[in-house]
Write a protein that binds this ligand. Structure first.
Ligand SMILES: [Fe+2]
Length: 469
């Protein structure tokens, strides 16, 4: 049965249906053949009875019912049997009520009287013909062959008085040959019709099984796999009160429960991170305001390059928390009023991995962890902590990297004043090919800042003109 386990469900059904239809067809054909055989044999027996009754009528016309008369009847029947019948006479005789022979188609043989206690006695008593039991194979004397035969017995009367029985053993070889021919034709035709009907039934049943069972099971399997891989919004779309519909509803319910639980867990986690952000703000006010501005610039750049709203929301939150790991950096380094030395810089460089470690449990928001870990990577692969290169750095992390640099230049620091937008832009222009940033993104960012500046100048000019007027 190991073979059955390896084959697909649809093939299993095809096999089962084929076996089922095949077996029932064989039973039907055999049953049909038996009915055909029995009907033909009954027909032959009735012909024999009808024939015997015509003989009896002839006998009724005889004046004196003696043995010679009966023998004449038997001999006449033997010699004049018409060819239209489906049988021939093997033996024919008349017996008296005591079992002695009145006449015999083979008169020379010496015979013991017939036993009248069985069916022969019954025919004599009830005056009803006996149409034979099972088919018998009778030996033909002197020839050594056997012939298929039936016994047919009718009561023999003379002028209303029962005087004995007329018994004939009919040879049904001709009927058997006819049956064989008919059965062969029947089987041939049945096979042809069956092949056509079977193909249609198989196609129809497989279509039903495929539509009602295999396809829904496949859909449930796909939905379950998607849910298992974290796509908790996936749902089964099976309708109906049947078992598969109920299973689909259960899977949907399960996914909803998991989603609800996870949402609760994430909400709690994000709350604890917001608490962490507050703690960082208390420890390092600059990082808090800087993160808010980086978040704003990131969203502006993201919108400019056409990111969808959903991704912009993630970008906004991710950028807000991108430096959260700085909570672990000593105050002396974090708030140092001047450039860091090499050792301090090494400590400072640990913050992306620290932030990543904090964000990692948010499995459904893995972009937060990605932004945190890779916002100090460089396009040319010379950044940290992993030295990722080019498009291997996730897009949102590349966006945050530009926004981060921009705010570092244009925001006030403890140890230096902010530089002007113009100066910062000229530095970006100059460093455009340095390999630090994704140049296509940087170009969009520079164009965006320029647009903003023009708008701002126009507004200022308008206000100035208004004051003069
Ligand atoms: Fe950073």
């Amino acid at each position: 049965m190991g073979f059955l386990k390896r084959i697909r469900l649809s093939q299993r059904f095809a096999l089962l249906i084929t076996l089922g239809i095949g077996a029932s067809s064989i039973v039907l054909v055999l049953y049909g053949e038996t009915i055909l055989e029995n009907a033909m044999m009954e027909q032959t027996k009735k012909q024999a009875v009808a024939y015997l009754l015509t003989l009896e009528e002839e006998f009724q016309r005889e004046n004196i019912p003696d043995r010679a008369a009966v023998q004449r009847l038997v001999d006449h029947a033997r010699s004049h049997l018409h060819e239209v019948y489906d049988f021939s006479i093997f033996q024919m005789y008349a017996v008296a009520p005591d079992g002695s022979y009145l006449a015999h188609s083979e008169p020379d043989a010496t015979r013991r009287p017939k036993d009248m206690s069985g069916y022969l006695g019954g025919v004599l008593r009830t005056r009803h013909p006996y149409l034979g039991g099972e088919l018998e194979w009778k030996k033909v004397a002197g020839v050594g062959k056997e012939i298929p035969a039936f016994d047919i017995v009718i009561p023999l009367h003379h002028r209303g008085t029962p005087i004995g029985l007329l018994e004939v053993e009919i040879d049904v070889n001709k009927t058997l040959a006819t049956i064989r021919t008919l059965v062969e034709r029947f089987e041939r035709e049945v096979v042809m019709v069956w092949a056509a009907v079977f193909s249609l039934m198989l196609a129809f049943l497989l279509w039903i099984v495929q539509r009602g069972l295999i396809r829904p099971i496949g859909e449930l399997a796909r939905v379950t796999r998607r849910i298992a891989s974290g796509e908790l919004g996936a749902r089964a779309h099976l309708r109906g009160e049947h078992e598969l519909g109920q299973l689909g509803a259960s899977i949907n319910h399960l996914a909803e429960s998991i989603e609800h639980l996870l949402t609760e867990q994430e909400r709690a986690y994000i709350q604890s991170m917001q608490a962490l952000a507050k703690a960082l703000e208390a420890k390092d006010a600059y990082t808090a305001t800087h993160s808010a501005r980086v978040s704003r610039y990131s969203v502006l750049l993201g919108r400019r390059i056409g990111l969808p709203e959903q991704e912009l929301t993630l970008l906004k939150q991710g950028a807000l928390m991108h430096d959260l790991g700085k909570i672990g950096i000593p105050d002396a380094i974090l708030n140092k009023p001047g450039p860091l030395d090499d050792r301090e810089y090494e400590v400072m460089k640990q913050h992306p991995e620290a932030t990543y470690t904090i964000m990692r449990p948010l499995t459904r928001f893995k972009v937060f962890a990605e932004i945190a870990r890779w916002h100090h990577e460089r396009w040319d692969g010379n950044g940290y902590p992993d030295g990722l290169k080019g498009v291997a750095i996730p897009l949102l992390a590349r966006i945050v990297a530009i926004a981060d640099t921009w705010d570092a230049m244009t925001g006030d620091r403890v140890y230096r004043k902010a530089m002007t937008v113009e100066k910062a832009l000229s530095i970006l222009d100059r460093e455009r090919g340095s390999g630090q940033w994704d140049t296509a993104l940087l170009d969009s960012f520079i164009a965006m800042i320029r647009d903003q500046e023009e708008t701002r100048e126009e507004i200022e000019e308008d206000m100035f003109a208004g004051e003069q007027g």
